[in-house]
Design a protein around this ligand. Structure first.
Ligand SMILES: *Cc1c(COP(=O)(O)O)cnc(C)c1O
Length: 374
């Protein structure tokens, strides 16, 4: 049951309790059960949201959990004109005994602070970030589904709310966490995807914001995604913006290449690529298996040649939302080649299984990645 009222105390030291205003008209248990039965990605939201406000004079204040509702924003709010916005994405997993865990939340908290720095937004202390996840999960614990491969997706974000259209960092900012129950990202099991290698547009440039998790990068990637659809592909793979010869990442997922000799490579996070938590976890899990994993530039020409001659055995993409996504086909100007015989590779599927087994508490957690919320 949600606590009836009273502040939500978290286990995170140094963070004040979250004042709690329960939703006066939450979904009934029957309505909630219906919404949890077959959740689509990012469509349904839980009954509450967590908020913390920042302003220039006061810093971070008013930690609270309130009913999920529309925001009131001045049409002059800085974010609407200059895109002062960053976000995060992580999941709450229900373990077999009913306890609720998330995965490496301090990694997301640290990245959120790095994103804030890059976008000239105030840095939310890591403790406040993690506490906000816990407070919202306490309020909406019943929104965490229990069917296999389901979870409650948490979306923390920050926006520049000051009603000022002059150009400078905003003096007022709102931090919010919303929650959306999600099923398996792919209906009917893991489906390998086709990838369009985009040469017309780039998502990030040297010195730009590619390593920050900010909406602007997604805005820049949308046309490439549309080009992918136009070529019959589900996802887009971007190239470096200087030479258009090395692969970087998808619109919202990092990419790995598995070679026939058992070695694995992924592009280095040298400023234009988002440092995925899933990416770094997979690097660790593969190294734990004794595999050689290099973070090294990967030439598109060598990737395509390798897919053709079989020296590239598997390609997969990864991120919190879809976990691990096998790639079955690479297409671009002048090439269209199947990967892993057009299916899902063996290493791809086994690392996906291992990672989700750790997240759902079905395997030991040697690196202490899981973090109990409730
Ligand atoms: C969020 C994101 C990823 C994946 O990061 P995870 O921490 O693994 O979820 C990869 N690329 C981009 C552009 C992203 O925004």
């Amino acid at each position: 049951m949600s606590p009836a009222s009273g502040p939500l105390e978290t286990a995170v030291k140094g963070v004040p309790p979250f004042a709690f205003t329960p939703n006066p008209s939450p979904r009934t248990p029957a309505e909630r059960a219906a919404e949890l039965a077959d959740p689509a990605f990012g469509v349904v939201y839980s009954d509450h949201m967590a908020r913390i406000t920042w302003d220039e004079g006061q810093g971070w204040h008013d930690h609270r959990v309130v009913p999920f509702a529309n925001l009131e924003l001045s049409p002059a709010a800085s974010v609407l004109h200059y895109a002062g916005e960053i976000f995060e994405g992580l999941k709450v997993y229900r373990h077999a005994d009913g306890s609720l865990f998330t995965f490496r939340p301090y990694a997301n908290a640290a990245r959120f602070a790095r994103s804030a720095r890059r976008m000239a937004l105030p840095e939310l202390p890591e403790a406040d970030f993690v506490a906000s996840l816990q407070a919202l999960t306490q309020a909406d614990a019943e929104w965490v589904p229990s069917a296999p491969e389901t979870s409650l997706y948490l979306r923390p974000f920050m926006l520049a709310t000051e009603p000022f259209i002059g150009v400078r960092p905003s003096h007022r900012v709102e931090y919010i966490v919303i929650a959306s129950p999600v099923g398996s990202y792919f209906k009917g099991g893991v489906a390998p995807v086709s990838i369009w290698v985009e040469k017309e547009t780039h998502r990030a440039g040297v010195g730009g914001t590619g390593a920050a998790k900010t909406g602007g990068n997604y805005a820049a990637a949308m046309l490439g995604q549309e080009n992918a659809y136009a070529h019959g592909c589900e996802q887009v793979l971007f190239l470096d913006s200087v030479t258009s010869t090395t692969i970087e990442e998808l619109g919202g997922m990092n990419v790995f290449v598995v070679y026939k000799d058992g070695s694995v490579a992924t592009p280095p996070t040298s400023g234009t690529i988002l440092e995925g938590v899933t990416r770094s976890s997979i690097i660790q899990l593969l190294r734990d298996r004794g595999l050689k994993v290099s973070e090294t530039p990967i030439k598109l020409a060598e990737l395509v040649a390798g897919a053709k001659d079989g020296s590239v055995a598997e390609v997969f993409a990864c991120g919190t939302a879809a976990v691990v996504t096998p790639v079955k086909r690479l297409a671009g100007e002048g090439f269209d080649v199947p990967v892993a015989d057009g299916g899902a590779g063996e290493l791809t599927m086994s690392v996906r299984q291992e990672l989700t087994d750790i997240q759902y508490g079905r395997l030991p957690d040697p690196h202490e990645w899981t973090y109990r919320l409730v």
